[in-house]
Each structure stands twice: as C-alpha cells, then as structure tokens.
Design a protein around this ligand. Structure first.
Ligand SMILES: [Mg+2]
Length: 149
C-alpha cells in the first residue's frame, strides 16, 4: 500500500502555545506585549494538547501514513526554530528524525492531508485535504483519529 503523506501542524494541534504564551512573565511587557510570539525561549516549554501525543504516535506507527510535522516559526524569534525541533524530539524521540518542516508557505508543500488549526501560512490553500483541527467537524484528537484510522 502506498502511504499517504500526512502533515501535522504543531501550535494548537500538538503543542499548547496559547496557554504558555498567556502565562509567560514577559507576556505584557514591551516589546513583547505587541508581539508575544517573539518572547525568547517561549516555544521550549509547551504542554501537549490533550491526547495529542498518543494520537500522533498512532499515526506515526500506522501503515497508512507517512507523517511529517509542518509548522511555522516566527521570523523574528530565531530561538523558536530550535525550540520547536528540541520539543518534538522530547515528545517523540528519534521517531521524528528528519520529519520536521518549517515554512511560511504550507501551500507549497506536496501531500495528501494537513491537520492544522488555522488557515494561516498557506494552510487553507494546501493542495490536499485540510483537516481543520478545533473546528466543529474536527474538535479534538479523538474525532480526528476516528476520521484518519
Ligand atoms: Mg497552529
């Protein structure tokens, strides 16, 4: 069987970025009050979204899919690019070795399915199926997995 190419966004799908951002001590201090996603190290200590880790592990182990993470890191927060790579390895170990793509143009990536919580950075124009995570149709991982497996 030819595996389908499945891409998974990080923030809001696997990693709980919003909670960490709002709890950060620098959140309301200039200059970060205007651009909170530029707080250095912000992406290092994110909690996983409920059931995300076990669900992604099922997809990684599935014979149906070849899984990659497809995320965007803030251009003006260079630590985010490294933090996301380290975070993924902490969660999934060597299983995700070379399965990580950072881009601001998700529409340029070739594939069958993208799980993403927002239309931004090309997600809504992705060439395959866009699974809108957090929407009424795919509100959580349980329902998303049911659709995929
Ligand atoms: Mg997201």
């Amino acid at each position: 069987m030819i595996k389908k190419l499945l891409y998974i966004d990080l923030d809001g799908v696997v990693a709980d970025f919003v909670t960490a951002m709002n709890a950060h001590p620098l959140r309301y201090q200039p200059p970060y009050d205007k651009d909170p996603d530029t707080i250095p190290g912000l992406f290092k200590n994110l909690k996983p979204i409920k059931e995300a880790i076990s669900s992604v592990n099922k997809l990684l182990d599935s014979k149906k899919y070849e899984v990659y993470f497809l995320s965007t890191a803030p251009w003006n927060n260079t630590s985010a690019w490294t933090d996301k790579r380290i975070w993924l390895e902490e969660q999934f170990g060597d299983k995700i070795n070379r399965k990580f793509i950072l881009t601001h143009r998700k529409d340029l990536v070739k594939g069958d399915i993208l799980i993403d919580d927002r239309p931004n950075n090309g997600a809504k124009d992705f060439e395959g199926e866009w699974i809108h995570f957090g929407s009424d149709t795919y509100p959580n991982w349980e329902i998303t997995l049911k659709h995929l497996l």
